[in-house]
Design a protein around this ligand. Structure first.
Ligand code: NAD
Length: 498
C-alpha cells in the first residue's frame, strides 16, 4: 500500500513514527497510509528549517518572488492531478476541488508581489542629519497546522506568504487527506525553492505538540476546530510564540422580506450544500424575517434539495460528494436525530441516502429543518455537514441579535434590496466577514480572512496585509551621519525637536 511520506530537507522520508489509514470517502475503502511524525522526525524538520533560514533571509525578495511565479505556473499546469487527489481523499467534487485550488493560487499571486509588500517606510531629516526607516524582517522558523476541508487552499493561505517574507516553514497538514498538500509542496521544490525552506511533516497531536514546544519555532498559524484552536493559542502564547488560530463557525444568512428570492435560493443551495457543508464559511442557518419569506423559501428549496446530484466526488457533474469519514457521517446523522428529538420540523431528511454503486461511502443527503430555536443543538453547534436550519424571526433587529449572541462569528450575509438594512447590518453585526447578497464572503487574497469571537484566537487575520504583519517583525532604524568637523556635547535631557 502507498505510504504518504514527509518532505524534509527536500527529501521524501517515512521518518520513525507511526502510520495511519487514509480513506476514500466515496467507497469507504482504505486507499493509502500516511506517516505520522514522532518528535524525532519533527525535530529533523525543525533542524532543516533552521539551517536554511540564514541564506533564505538574505535572498532578495525579488528572487524569492521569482520562485513563486514559477510555482503559480506549475499549480495551473497540474490542476487536474491536484483536483483528483483532493477529491479522492476529501470526497468533494472535482469542480469544487479545482475551485479551492484557484482560490489558493490567488494567495501565490499575492506573494509574487513580495518586493512591493516588503517595502519599508522612510523619513528623511527626522532630526538634524538624522534619517529613520522601518523595515519588515522575517521571524525565522514558523509553522502551520491545517484542516482536512481545504487541503490545497488553506496551506496556500500560509506558506507562500511566510516564505516570500523570508521565513522557513514547517507545514503539518491534516492526516485525513494529505496527498494533494504534499504534491503541491513538491511542485514548490520543483519551482526552485532551496531545501529546508518548506518542510511538510504529517502527523497528529504528537507532531503538533512537538511544534508547540520547540523553542526554534517562533510562530504558529492554525486553522481547524475551535477546541484545538484554543489549545494551540493558549499553549503557543504561553511559550512566547506568535499565534493566529482560526476556529469553527456557524454562519447565518438573513433573508429580508424584500430579498430577490430566486437568487437567494440559488446562493443558499451552493453555500449550504456545496462541499457537503464541510466549509468553515458554509451557511448553516437561514434567518427568515417574517413567515411569508420563510414559507416561500421552503417551497423553493425543498425540490432543489431533493434533486441534488450526489455521488463519488471523482465523477464529473455532481453537486455534492460524501462526508470525509465514517465518524463525520455518524456525527452529522446524530445531530439530525437530535434536531428531531428537540422538536424542530424536519422538512427534508438526508439520513437514509444510499448511493448506488457506492453503498459503503460516507454519504448523507441534503437536509432541511424548519422552526429551529436557539437552544437546540442543531442551532448552537457547528454540524459541518449538509444540514440547513431555518429560524423564523420578526425583524431585522431580532435577526441581528440572534447572530450577535452566537458564540461564533466567522461569516454571515444578508439578502435584501434595501440599502439602509444592508448598511445597518454591515455596521453592527459582530462577525468578521460579511456578505451583502453574497453567500460566501471569503475575502480575496489582497484583503485578509478572519472571524470574530470564538472563530479566531489572536490579533491578526490570515493572509493578505494581516498575513504580512503576522509573518514579519518590524524594525525601526534611526541613523545619523554627523558632519566630520562637528562635535556635540553629551545631552542628559531626553532628545526632542522642541
Ligand atoms: P481539527 O481541529 O480536527 O484538525 C485541524 C488540525 O489540527 C489537523 O492538522 C489535525 O491533525 C490537528 N489536530 C487534531 N487534533 C489535535 C489535537 N488534539 N492536538 C493538536 N492538533 C490536533 O479540524 P478539521 O476537522 O480538520 O477541520 C474542520 C474544522 O476546521 C471545522 O471546525 C471548521 O470550521 C474549521 N475550519 C476553520 C476555518 C477558518 O478559517 N476559520 C477554515 C477551515 C476549517
Amino acid at each position: 500500500m502507498t505510504l504518504v511520506n514527509h518532505l524534509i530537507h527536500g527529501e521524501m522520508t517515512a521518518g520513525t513514527g507511526r502510520t495511519a489509514d487514509v480513506f476514500n470517502p466515496s467507497t469507504g475503502q482504505v486507499s493509502k497510509q500516511v506517516a505520522l511524525a514522532d518528535r524525532a522526525t519533527m525535530q529533523q524538520a525543525i533542524d532543516s528549517a533552521k539551517s536554511a533560514f540564514p541564506a533564505w533571509r538574505k535572498t532578495p525578495p525579488a528572487k524569492r518572488a521569482q520562485v513563486m511565479f514559477r510555482f503559480k505556473q506549475l499549480l495551473e499546469d497540474h490542476e487536474a492531478a491536484i483536483s483528483k487527489l483532493i477529491s479522492e481523499e476529501h470526497g468533494k467534487t472535482l469542480e469544487d476541488a479545482a475551485g479551492e485550488l484557484k482560490r489558493g493560487i490567488e494567495n501565490v499571486e499575492f506573494a509574487c508581489g513580495a518586493p512591493q509588500i516588503l517595502k519599508g517606510e522612510y523619513s528623511r531629516n527626522v532630526g538634524p542629519n538624522i534619517d529613520a526607516w522601518s523595515d519588515l524582517q522575517p521571524i525565522g522558523v514558523v509553522a502551520g497546522i491545517t484542516p482536512f476541508n481545504f487541503p490545497a487552499m488553506v496551506p496556500l493561505w500560509m506558506y507562500p506568504l511566510a516564505i516570500v517574507c523570508g521565513n522557513c516553514f514547517i507545514l503539518k497538514p491534516s492526516e485525513r487527506d494529505p496527498s494533494s498538500t504534499l504534491y503541491i509542496a513538491q511542485l514548490l521544490q520543483e519551482a526552485g525553492l532551496p531545501k529546508g525552506v518548506l518542510n511538510v511533516v504529517h502527523g497528529d497531536k504528537e507532531a503538533v505538540d512537538a511544534l508547540i514546544e520547540a523553542p526554534e519555532v517562533k510562530a504558529l498559524s492554525f486553522v481547524g476546530s475551535t477546541p484545538i484552536a484554543e489549545y494551540i493559542y493558549s499553549e503557543g502564547t504561553k511559550r512566547g510564540k506568535r499565534v493566529q488560530a482560526l476556529g469553527g463557525a456557524k454562519n447565518h444568512a438573513v433573508l429580508m422580506p424584500d430579498a430577490d428570492l430566486d437568487n437567494a435560493v440559488s446562493a443558499l443551495m451552493g453555500a449550504a450544500y456545496g462541499s457537503c457543508g464541510e466549509r468553515c464559511m458554509a451557511i448553516s442557518v437561514a434567518v427568515c424575517v417574517g413567515d411569508q419569506i420563510a414559507d416561500a423559501l421552503i417551497e423553493k428549496l425543498t425540490p432543489q434539495i431533493k434533486a441534488l446530484k450526489i455521488g463519488a466526488g471523482t465523477n464529473c457533474g455532481l453537486d455534492m460528494g460524501p462526508l470525509v469519514t465514517a465518524v463525520a457521517r455518524d456525527k452529522v446523522k446524530g445531530y439530525i436525530d437530535a434536531g428531531v428529538a428537540q422538536g424542530a420540523s424536519l422538512v427534508v431528511d438526508g439520513r437514509d441516502l444510499v448511493v448506488s454503486g457506492n453503498e459503503n461511502g460516507y454519504f448523507v443527503g441534503g437536509t432541511l429543518f424548519d422552526r429551529v430555536t436557539p437552544e437546540m443543538t442543531i442551532y448552537t453547534d457547528e454540524i459541518f455537514g449538509p444540514v440547513l436550519c431555518i429560524v423564523r424571526v420578526g425583524s431585522l433587529e431580532a435577526a441581528m441579535q440572534l447572530i450577535n449572541d452566537h458564540e461564533y462569528g466567522n461569516g454571515t450575509c444578508i439578502f435584501t434590496r434595501d440599502g439602509e438594512a444592508a448598511h445597518l447590518f454591515c455596521d453592527e453585526i459582530e462577525v468578521g466577514m460579511v456578505g451583502v447578497n453574497v453567500p460566501l464572503p471569503v475575502p480575496v487574497s489582497y484583503h485578509s480572512f478572519g472571524g470574530w469571537k470564538r472563530s479566531l484566537f489572536g490579533d491578526l487575520h490570515a493572509y493578505g496585509p494581516d498575513g504580512v504583519r503576522f509573518y514579519t517583525r518590524k524594525k525601526a532604524v534611526t541613523q545619523r551621519w554627523p558632519q566630520r568637523a562637528s562635535h556635540e556635547a553629551a545631552q542628559f535631557a531626553f532628545p526632542s525637536n522642541n
